[in-house]
Design a protein around this ligand. Structure first.
Ligand code: NAD
Length: 480
């Protein structure tokens, strides 16, 4: 298929004066939006939906993502457009209920008071998004910010320039520019943005940059949502069907050429099943991408030559340190192609076991006792996702109780992030805060309790504290 470069190819990076002007208008507009109606917010969200349901726009978007890193249009539909529309649907059907003030229970001891929690917009927000799902990861937080009544400056990734250009066009066409603005830029522009005083920052990207964002936010005590990454493990035990596991695992690892924050990073397989798993994985890979994935239009490329070289270095380092190449292993930096690769006999001193892989390389380690898997998992920071493949209920309970991760998915891959009502996010090093559904709305809202005196008073408890009051306190305690 011939790709048409509809973008002007070069993003216009914002100057400091541009950013100052945008910031000023958002500071003003955040107060307008504070009292905006649900109807107003939903209309904005609907206009994005209409835009995205237009076949012409879908074509432009899939075209843009393909130009950025050769991702097949069907994969863009599956991983960028369908999830975005799912979140729009979720918000449209639930926003009224979410924003309805919730009455709080009042114990007898506080007779005469009432309380309700209202959801006010945090205000002017900054969203910074990564390149790996360049459309969805930029738009979905913005949908929740709109729903909450916040303004948004969206800083998409500078690496996926065609998609970022599309985002700019879509936001301009669907949303008021003085409230919702796409700002393009690299590190200097993002740093300048981060130095402003925001009411909330929503960042998706690497833990290293997450720390920079949190440090900048701390200067103003700005709240942050950090959607980060890490090494998400996958345990395959001896009770599960290896054929079906391998097919799901190969898909979960290789979608987007492994450049997925929740991709299974490494596999811990029961020793008795390792050979079968490797064999089934090879067959699953060939079923999806043929025996030469470099000629498959279904297999994405690595985002930059530098990132492709990094994958190559990880393979070389593992082989030099004694890993066995069970499948694949070739790469071509010039065309940003890295072959789906399986490595066995992997040890913890290899680079591939020391950093998030973020590419189509799958190290496999064999275990005999469950404790060995925990020793490895616990040697890393808490991951974004934990994958377990087993048919044993006892084993499910064991790992649920013995591991900590942002989320856990059993006998499936990736789809833990596909359900708009299920909280999504990391824990500690893999992230702070949960997004999606009501949780997404809350990230952009202040849950404000409004407590009201309707009748009575507690003046009987005011000083001076006499003996009679001491007795009264003892009596009141019985009602607490
Ligand atoms: P990144 O952290 O390099 O970049 C993310 C954003 O931060 C980009 O917009 C970039 O311009 C900006 N940025 C980069 N360096 C900066 C700096 N020094 N100061 C200020 N801003 C800076 O991440 P990436 O390479 O785009 O994405 C890959 C990482 O993101 C992986 O670690 C992956 O696991 C993680 N990720 C997490 C999720 C999630 O939802 N949890 C989703 C996708 C990716």
């Amino acid at each position: 298929m011939e790709l048409v470069d509809n973008s002007s190819s070069i993003l216009h990076y914002a100057s400091e004066a541009d950013i100052d002007a945008i910031y000023k208008s958002h500071q003003r507009e955040k107060n307008t939006l504070r009292s905006s109606t649900i109807k107003y917010r939903l209309n904005l969200i609907r206009s994005i939906e209409v835009y995205l349901r237009d076949p012409k726009m879908i074509k432009q978007l899939t075209n843009a993502v393909q130009l950025d890193f050769n991702k097949h249009p069907s994969e863009t539909e599956l991983t960028e457009i369908i999830p975005t529309i799912s979140h729009i649907k979720e918000i449209k059907s639930k926003l009224k209920g979410w924003l309805t003030p919730k009455r709080n229970y009042i114990p007898l001891v506080h007779l005469g008071l009432s309380a309700q929690t209202v959801y006010e917009p945090k205000g002017a927000t900054l969203i910074i998004s990564p390149w790996n799902y360049p459309f969805f990861l930029a738009v979905y937080p913005m949908l929740y910010a709109i729903a909450a009544g916040c303004t948004v400056v969206l800083k998409p990734s500078e690496m996926t320039k065609h998609t970022s250009k599309f985002l700019e066009k879509m936001v301009k066409a669907c949303l008021p520019e003085d409230q919702y603005t796409v700002v393009h830029g690299g590190i200097p522009e993002t740093t300048y943005l981060l130095n402003k005083k925001w009411d909330h920052i929503f960042f998706t990207g690497s833990p290293a940059v997450g720390k920079i964002v949190m440090q900048a936010a701390s200067k103003n005590l700005t709240s942050v949502s950090l959607e980060l990454g890490g090494k998400s493990p996958c345990v395959v035990d001896e009770t599960v069907s290896i054929k079906s596991t391998a097919s799901k695992l190969a898909w979960g690892k290789l979608i987007n050429a492994g450049q997925t924050c929740i991709a299974p990073d490494y596999v811990l397989v029961h020793k008795s099943k390792q050979a079968e798993l490797v064999n089934e994985l090879k067959q699953s890979i060939e079923k999806m991408y043929g025996d030469d994935p470099s000629s498959s239009t279904s297999f994405a490329r690595i985002i930059t030559k530098k990132h492709a070289q990094r994958q190559g270095n990880l393979i070389q380092d593992a082989l030099e340190k004694g890993a066995t190449l069970a499948y694949g292993g070739t790469y071509d930096v010039a065309s940003q192609y890295v072959e789906p690769t399986i490595l066995t006999n992997v040890t913890m001193d290899m680079q591939i076991m020391q950093e998030e892989i973020f590419g189509p390389l799958l190290p496999i380690l064999a275990y005999e006792e469950k404790q060995e898997t925990l020793d490895i998992i616990h040697s890393f920071d808490k991951p974004l996702s934990f994958y377990l493949c087993t048919s044993s209920k006892q084993t499910m309970k064991y790992y649920t109780e013995h591991t900590s991760s942002g989320g856990m998915v059993i006998n499936e891959f990736i789809l833990g992030a596909a359900i708009p009502s299920v909280p999504f996010g990391g824990v500690n090093h893999s992230g702070i805060g949960k997004a999606f559904g009501f949780h997404g709305l809350i990230e952009f809202s202040n849950e404000k309790p409004v407590v009201k005196r309707n009748f009575m008073t507690i003046s009987f408890a005011y000083p001076p504290y006499t003996d009679a009051k001491a007795k009264l306190m003892k009596w009141i305690k019985r009602f607490v």
